[in-house]
Design a protein around this ligand. Sequence first.
Ligand SMILES: [Zn+2]
Length: 430
Amino acid sequence: MPVIKNVLIWDSSRRDAQYGDIVIGESGLISAVTPPGAGRGDVVYNGGGRCLALPGLVNAHTHVSMTLLRGIGEELPLMEWLHKKIFPAEEKLTACNIRSGADLAMLEMISGGVTCFCDMYYFMDEVAASLVESGMRGALCRGLTGDDDQKISENLALAEKYDGFEGRVAVQLGPHAPYTVPRDAVRKIADIAREKNLGVHFHWLETKSELDTMRDRYKTEPAEYLESTGLLEVRELILAHSVWFPEEQISCAARDNVTVVHNPKSNLKLGSGFAPVRGFLSAGVRVALGTDGAASNNRLDIWDEMRTAALMHKGYHMDPTATGAKDVLRMATVGGARGAGFKNTGLLQPDFTADIIIVDTDNPRYVGLDETNVPEFAVYAGSSRDVRASMVAGRMLYKDGEFLTLDREKILRRAGEDRRSITKNSNFSG
Ligand SMILES: [Zn+2]
């Protein structure tokens, strides 16, 4: 049986970390966590007492293929950015572009310790193929706009083909947002999700204008909207952003099947505001972290999101106790895994999937790390640069700089060609 030897092990169910070995069973589940040296089997990584083992990080709201649009239309107001730069560029994307953008994202995420992601886009068969080949875990949905039965059928076909695949793919339905999907269509999508036992991934109140539109157009409040559409009753519900979720209404989301995904860097970059994360935590709402697409971030780096999330709410509230490192590391691991619908992922415990990352702590920023301060070192001093290995369901995807499932050079070459073809003869760049 594969074994990871002599690492400092932390997950959000523990108060303190412990040095030990992690033994992985045939099924890709963790079979035991033992004292150092006691784990028997084939050594797949030896940390030598100088590495940290964490649950794989989860990017719980993204659009991976937007890696091809990185840097297009920088520093524009949101609606100008979308309508003048992003939507015209997206119209030109082919299925092949979606695949090469997704492959590019897999390289970035796997090497940065992200082992699971939740994605909404189109040509999702291409994203699914990329996910499957890379060995990652993920929850996928086809973005749905308008009241469009054709798009819903595509989303259901994706579910038919991939929901539950190898235990590492979930398919959700993807109504884009309250302002792009009529309320009756959202209700219909929620009904279908319940009937087919699928989750739903929804952009929710990213900007103030969306809250105003909800009140003006639907004459309704956010909590009432969620309840009346049936969204709160689906298998799992992802509410991406939730920046303008009114604080007095957020308790309606304190349910085991609901996850708010906080995207701190994208919200800052687009000037959207500060999500009420301190309020979510005190109301018992599960929070996860996401990068959103690479065009509004511009990284797919959950370490960066952790650090930003832990810092920005302290500054905003002028309160150094707001949104602590332990909370943030929980969001980035088990919080995201539960949002994606994977109930036995996100902890380093027996019978949980062996989705594990190895972090090199033999560097100057980790002097002082011990069993009692792992979340604080990881969140405030740590970096994706320190990731040495990423494993999903017991399969090593990346080790010591080498991608074991993907051809890095080929992916970079193809993505570069695709990017040039997208921006050729246009004013998209800049
Ligand atoms: Zn988004």
